[in-house]
Design a protein around this ligand. Structure first.
Ligand code: C2O
Ligand code: CU
Length: 479
């Protein structure tokens, strides 16, 4: 076993890699209300954990309930969740329930939907599990540091009638920037990260450990719930000749299909539920490879077959998930809104008519006061930036026509909603997938559609957390 946990990819090669005030309104009654309240407690605190194998030391982290990831919160669709969050960090925090359609006051955005939770304080979140699916939770206060230090966890809402599988497995992926003594590098807010592809790390973990192997049995069918909790890394997982079938994206069911090119692609914050059938002969193995960054492919882990087969033939059962109760947008009557993303290295210089020296000053300023270098409709969010840049009429269908006029990828996230991704570069998408975070390629145009049925002030931002911190966010008001 190799003791060198660092990937053979340097930071520099990444940089040059050309990858290519609303009241708590009750949203909707859950379709399948079980009327059961499930209680959980989360305590955010410093801790230590073994991310990398011995002889490397343990890593000092910030985490929930003394573990990375935090505990898997698992409920059934229709349950009510009551989650008490206690902050024992030395700084303010909040918890955002990423992808969950909930009342605005429970959304966990500091200064927008709640006051931050001060050190020593407790805040109780309460909401209904309307949609089944794979979600996650993380702070929304200085998330570029709090998430990077280990504050995140999975949230799974089970369908009443899920497809039958042999194992239901959750993998929370993360990408850490560790120093040689396995300490989290404290260069948060580095200008190079903020203006380029974000804080890319050097150590990929699954469920808080550098993985070695994953053991399966021949004939086994696994539902693999992937959650990308990394600040900035995009994953493109290649399962070799075991092509997965995607059954959900960002928690929402999709027509089961093999992903394009066989790769499960997840930008930061995105989730994918895969069905994997393991049919090979016992005692074979295959490599799981991440191919997101050309020239920087690496083995994530080996998938190893155990000695005893589970069954001879593959199970022949339906894998489609039951639909969630999402309102269907009507593109014909929808109001249309343009959203333009600009900025970043090169882009910010054009936007602000800066020369290189001024750009350097802005980036140094960013380190201290969050000066913006990314723009949404010409504006970089600075400070708390709570004025909405867009107000949507409640109850109507809306289409956001988004253009990525930058040289970088951006996973764009809207709080409080799932939206249909209806076109890319003018071409209708095949699956019209529901997402809450859509990965936009450089120069790409994407249209998303949804019914604005959830009133409130909702964050809309890039989930590369360094981009968000450097201005790439705004507020969309539904009223
Ligand atoms: Cu997962 Cu505004 O975030
Ligand atoms: Cu971005």
């Amino acid at each position: 076993m190799s003791t060198d946990f660092r990937l053979t990819i340097s930071r520099r090669s990444f940089l040059t890699a050309s990858l290519a005030g609303f009241a708590a309104t009750a949203v909707r009654k859950p379709a399948l209300a079980t009327q059961q309240t499930r209680r959980f407690t989360l305590r955010a605190a410093p801790g230590r954990t073994r991310l990398v194998p011995e002889p490397h030391p343990e890593t000092l982290v910030w985490c929930y309930n003394r573990r990375v990831p935090g505990p898997e919160i698992r409920v059934r669709q229709g349950d009510r969740l009551r989650i008490e969050v206690t902050n024992t960090l030395a700084e303010e925090t909040t918890v955002h329930w990423h992808g969950v359609r909930l009342p605005n006051a429970m959304d966990g955005v500091p200064h927008l939907t709640q006051n931050p939770i001060a050190p020593g304080e407790t805040f109780t979140y309460e909401f209904d599990a309307i949609d089944a699916g794979t979600f996650w939770y993380h702070p929304h206060q200085r998330s570029f540091e709090q998430v990077a230090r280990g504050l995140y966890g999975p949230l799974v809402i089970e369908e009443a009638n899920a497809p039958n599988v042999d194992r239901d497995v959750t993998w929370v992926l993360d990408d850490w920037r560790l120093d040689s003594d396995a300490a989290v590098s404290d260069d948060f807010g580095a200008a190079m990260d903020a203006s380029h592809a974000g804080r890319l790390g050097n150590t990929v973990t699954i469920n808080g450990r550098v993985p070695e192997t994953f053991t399966v049995r021949s004939g086994e069918r696994i539902r693999l719930r992937l959650i990308n909790a990394a600040n900035a890394r995009i994953f493109a997982l290649d399962f070799g000749d075991h092509t997965p079938r995607v059954i959900a994206l960002d928690g929402q069911p999709v027509t089961p299909h093999a992903p394009a090119g066989g790769l499960a692609v997840l930008g930061p914050a995105m989730r994918a539920d895969l069905i994997l059938d393991f049919s090979a002969e016992p005692s074979s193995r295959l490599q799981l490879v991440d191919r997101a960054y050309r020239g920087n492919e690496y083995r994530v882990l080996d998938i190893v077959y155990g000695d005893t087969p589970l069954r001879d033939a593959l199970p022949d059962r339906d894998i489609a998930l039951p639909a969630n109760p999402l309102p269907e947008p009507d593109p014909a009557s929808a109001r249309r809104h343009d959203v333009l993303f600009t900025g970043g290295m090169m882009g910010a210089m054009v936007e602000r008519q800066m020369d290189l020296d001024a750009f350097g000053d802005a980036m140094r300023g960013l380190r201290h006061e969050g000066r913006g270098i990314w723009f949404v409709n010409g504006k970089a969010a600075e400070g708390h930036a709570l004025d909405p840049f867009l107000t949507l009429e409640s109850g109507a269908s809306h289409v956001l026509q988004m253009t990525n006029a930058t040289a970088f990828h951006h996973p764009i996230h809207l709080h409080g909603y799932s939206f249909r991704v209806i076109s890319r570069d003018g071409k209708p998408t095949k699956h019209r997938e529901w997402q809450d975070t859509v990965l936009m390629a450089p120069r790409e145009r994407v249209e998303i559609a949804f019914v604005a049925d959830n009133p409130g002030d909702w964050m809309f931002h890039c989930h590369i957390l360094e981009h968000q911190a450097a201005g790439m966010m705004g507020v969309i008001r539904v009223a």
